[in-house]
Design a protein around this ligand. Structure first.
Ligand SMILES: NC(=O)c1ccc[n+]([C@@H]2O[C@H](COP(=O)([O-])OP(=O)(O)OC[C@H]3O[C@@H](n4cnc5c(N)ncnc54)[C@H](OP(=O)(O)O)[C@@H]3O)[C@@H](O)[C@H]2O)c1
Length: 361
């Protein structure tokens, strides 16, 4: 910025690409502007280490930036204030944003921040439910509960995520594709190597199936579309997953959800969009690994089944808990009640979308 005018802009489009600072400086010069003496605004503390990209502090010092305003700190061990220190030593005036702007910058970077602090991806649960609290439709009927507009939004969220996860029952019931198809015409998006949502190009998330017993059918649509994006199957230590490997799936052997998340984190997955079903959602909640929930409530009755909806004190556990407890894995404790730090509701098509954040990183 100079004299209240933006003379260059940039963002970090994808892992391995130019960091936002270098992209902004490049953009500034490509517009015929000289960044020397300007003020630079960044959402995240500039890095000072050599990673996939050279340190941003070198680019900022080299460009002669006079003042830097930072939206949020970088909680990674290798950052932790080093960048701002080096820039101050180099004569740059460095300020941190406060209040609403600082909070907005932190919220923008939640997947990065959780991954940096814990090594785990940020988990966002999406569920659609009927007015009578059901998340599954009758066998043989359309699997959709929410409106077309809601489903279009879900495709955008998929494209914004590093990975999408479902439980094996969802695959056995619905045989889903789980690709990001934000185009209303339903046209498939560009395959994995393309960039994150820019124009009509959509980066495809990794598709993850939680399948302790390696039951994913070899003729499932997931395995028939490996050219569109990888499929990663999370199996238990006892499972024989040789057929899945042979079919081209990546297999992650993990004893429980936390171990699986740690492995996904090591693979560079910073955001996991959890699409259900309810059994897996309950299992994630039980481990305390839900950071955000996005629930669509559709104005429809699917035929009240008290067991599928909220459970009153003294009721037997819902089938989701009972099923997960009796399945191959160890018995699960019922999930502890989680109350959102903040929530909001809005209408999407005919549905009400409730967004609730449980943790902030
Ligand atoms: N309304 C929505 O938003 C929505 C979204 C998705 C699906 N659905 C519907 O939901 C239904 C399927 O849901 P569901 O609740 O029956 O099953 P699910 O959550 O899709 O899958 C549950 C299965 O996941 C496996 N799993 C793997 N790791 C697990 C772990 N750590 N903890 C618990 N389970 C684990 C278990 O089978 P193993 O023991 O064999 O591994 C378990 O039985 C379908 O009808 C589908 O259409 C609705």
């Amino acid at each position: 910025m100079r004299d209240g005018e933006a003379i260059g802009e940039g963002w970090h489009a994808e892992l391995g690409d130019l960091h936002a600072e270098r992209a902004a400086l490049e953009n500034c010069r490509s517009r015929g502007n000289d960044p020397a003496g300007a003020t630079m605004y960044v959402t995240l503390e500039p890095c000072a280490h050599q990673g996939r990209q050279p340190p941003c502090v070198e680019a900022i010092l080299g460009a002669g930036i006079a003042r830097l305003v930072i939206g949020s700190d970088d909680p990674s061990e290798k950052a932790a204030g080093r960048g701002p220190g080096i820039l101050r030593d180099g004569g740059i005036e460095v300020d941190f944003a406060v209040g609403e702007e600082a909070s907005a910058a932190r919220l923008l970077n939640q997947p990065f921040r959780k991954h940096a602090r814990t090594g785990l991806p940020l988990v966002t649960l999406k569920l659609a439910m009927s007015l009578d609290g059901q998340t599954a439709t009758a066998a043989g009927s359309s699997p959709w509960i929410s409106s077309e507009q809601s489903r279009a939004l879900v495709h955008r969220w998929r494209a914004e995520s590093d990975a999408i996860a479902v439980g094996i029952n969802t695959v056995l019931t619905d045989d889903p594709l789980l690709t990001a198809r934000p185009d209303p015409s339903g046209a498939p998006c560009a395959p994995t190597e393309s960039k994150r949502t820019i124009g009509s190009e959509v980066r495809q998330p990794v598709r993850v199936v939680f399948d302790r017993r390696a039951r994913l059918p070899l003729d499932s649509r997931l395995l028939r579309t490996l050219d569109q994006s990888p499929v990663l199957v999370v199996v238990g230590p006892e499972a024989d997953a040789s057929a899945l490997r042979k079919a081209g799936a990546e297999v992650l052997v993990a004893d429980g959800i936390e171990a699986a998340l740690a492995d996904l984190g090591r693979r560079g997955i910073t955001s996991l969009f959890l699409e259900g079903g309810k059994t897996l959602a309950v299992a994630f909640q039980t481990t305390g690994q839900l950071d955000e929930a996005r629930t669509f409530v559709a104005p429809t009755l699917l035929g009240a089944d008290w067991r599928a909806g909220p459970v009153a004190a003294g009721d037997p556990p819902p089938p989701a808990v009972a099923k997960a407890s009796s399945a191959a894995g160890p018995p699960m404790a019922p999930p502890a009640r989680a109350t959102a730090l903040c929530s909001e509701a809005r209408t999407v098509g005919d549905d009400v979308l409730i967004t609730a954040r449980f943790k902030e990183w």
